[in-house]
Ligand binder design. Structure first.
Ligand code: ADP
Ligand code: MG
Length: 287
């Protein structure tokens, strides 16, 4: 590989909206056969909005919203932003949270109005009406977060975001390059399947914790695949670093960008295909 050709490739990348850490990155792109795509913020916009609130028998909807919103207000997760904004809109000013704790890939905890509140996937036992609520939300392709305090689940909040307009085209382009797309997410299986269907992906790895995302990438590599990972979140950083090629959404977190080899400046997943095409072309010129 001549340095000049690689430099030209790097310059062309910048024109396409691809920031390349170093010219040598183009070489590792050549062997990639599998592209793992994170769901939230990569295939979907990550701009979630509150869709519906369900409460347990005897619970008060406004209180569920107020306490959940107060804790989520301290988090920057897309789910948290949706819950906090929706709660403020429906229940008014949010109270203060104390002892806030983030549980990566699972939710948040904090103390509000003298109660120990948890929001997310942090409850094992749910009353039947909330089990049904969660099923309904997930059947509709929404992410269901459970709200509770002092040890009991009191409500379910359904949030959803939209698939990016360019995601289906991106998957078609990746397939046309002979690559196998895989959807990877911490979200529940029903939601993941709905998104995968919408964009044309048939291999789905769902309900994984942030540290399990790395394990999923390692497993694919052990199976002999050469893996590119595309992600945006703090929870994707380790997996991006572990993949043969890490591609970060420029619209994502600094942690993801730092862990990656390439940054897709505009956050358009089609540019992942452009990057692979560019490196193949650059290397063909060299040979
Ligand atoms: P993804 O892999 O799709 O980017 P994450 O790993 O960040 O998603 O989160 C996985 C799941 O954990 C979410 O779908 C949600 O159910 C739950 N979760 C994470 N953070 C929060 C939060 N701040 N509030 C509520 N639920 C959360
Ligand atoms: Mg994400």
């Amino acid at each position: 590989a001549t340095p000049t050709a690689l430099m030209v490739g790097t310059g062309r990348g910048a024109q396409l909206g691809i920031l390349i850490k170093g010219p040598e990155v183009l070489e590792s792109t050549r062997r990639v056969d599998t592209v793992v795509l994170d769901k939230t913020g990569t295939v979907t916009t990550g701009r979630m909005t509150l869709q519906k609130v369900y409460v347990a028998d005897g619970a008060d909807e406004e209180q569920v919203l107020r306490l959940a919103g107060a804790v989520e207000h301290a988090s920057e997760h897309p789910v948290a932003r949706a819950v906090a904004a929706g709660a403020e809109e429906r229940a008014g000013r949010l109270p203060q949270v104390e002892e806030f704790r983030n549980v990566p890939g699972q939710g948040v905890r904090g103390r509000v109005e003298g109660r120990d509140v948890a929001v997310g996937r942090l409850f094992d036992a749910l009353p039947t009406e909330l089990v049904r609520a969660r099923e309904e939300a997930e059947r509709d392709g929404r992410t269901a977060v459970v709200v509770g305090w002092d040890g009991a689940a009191r409500g379910v909040i359904a949030v959803a975001d939209a698939v990016k307009e360019t995601s289906a085209e991106a998957v078609r382009e990746l397939r046309a390059l002979g690559l196998t797309p895989v959807l990877l997410t911490g979200d529940n299986r029903a939601v993941a399947e709905a998104v995968a269907d919408a964009v044309g992906i048939d291999q789905v790895i769902a309900e994984v914790l942030p540290e399990e995302k790395v394990e999923a990438v390692r497993r694919l590599r052990r199976e002999g695949r050469c893996v590119a990972m595309v992600g945006d979140g703090v929870n994707d950083a380790a997996a991006l670093a572990t993949a043969d090629l890490g591609l970060a959404m420029g619209t994502g977190t600094d942690a993801a960008i730092e862990a990656s080899d390439l940054t897709l400046v505009r956050g358009d997943p089609r540019v992942a295909a452009d990057a692979i095409r560019l490196s193949r072309r650059t290397l063909a010129t060299i040979r």
